[in-house]
Design a protein around this ligand. Structure first.
Ligand code: HEC
Length: 179
């Protein structure tokens, strides 16, 4: 599997995140940790939320099988590689400007080898540090929080009536304002 390839650069970047945050527990992240997480604004502004939605469970609005991050099992390194390199042959875009052209993707795949399967460019190009924040965000906000709650909704929409009045399942059906 392409996505299982270990990314050496990613491992180094992951250590930076741990050091910067001092977060090491495997238990579900406290919502206050997520409020201050630098991955949150990247998630909102780098285009991720348009396709994956605020709740990370995907949905309509992008041309691929919805991948539910709350059931995800990818490691920090694997997540970083997908975010940096995109996923060939799918709508998941790349986010490193040197991906496939100096930056190693999936064991050295090149643009020429990929041809039409070459991922398109994301809305915003990101550096290694931003990518490691996003991978950490995916783990803490979604993988470690299998149940989506109103608190998760409030992270993005504050005390909005949308979060207090509606049932979370309705929010998700409505697309959750991810567009
Ligand atoms: C244009 C829509 C689109 C955008 C924008 C987008 N993604 Fe994706 N993403 C996808 C699709 C579609 C897949 C599923 C690909 C597949 O079928 O394997 C995916 C897959 C992923 C995966 C792999 C999940 C897994 O468990 O296999 C990660 C991680 C990911 N995206 C993170 C991000 C992040 C972080 C951003 C923002 C920087 C982002 N995506 C932006 C469409 C998008």
């Amino acid at each position: 599997m392409l996505s299982k390839t270990v990314c050496r650069l990613g491992a180094a970047a992951a250590m930076v995140v741990t050091a910067a945050f001092g977060v090491s527990t495997a238990s579900a992240a406290d919502i206050s940790v997520l409020e201050k997480h630098p991955g949150k604004s990247l998630w909102e502004n780098a285009g991720c939320m348009n396709c994956h939605k605020w709740h990370g469970m995907g949905g309509s609005g992008y041309g691929g099988t919805p991948i539910n991050f709350r059931e995800g099992t990818l490691t920090q390194d694997q997540l970083e590689e997908v975010i940096a390199c995109g996923r060939p042959g799918t709508a998941m875009p790349l986010h490193r400007k040197d991906a496939y052209q100096g930056y190693d993707c999936y064991g050295g795949l090149t643009k020429e080898e990929l041809g039409e399967d070459m991922p398109s460019k994301g809305r915003q190009m990101l550096n290694g540090r931003q990518i490691s924040y996003l991978a950490d965000w995916v783990i803490k906000a979604f993988q470690e929080r299998p149940e989506v709650t109103k608190e998760d909704c409030s992270l993005f929409f504050g005390a909005s009536k949308m979060c207090t009045r509606l049932q979370v399942d309705q929010l998700m059906r409505a697309g959750g304002g991810g567009h």
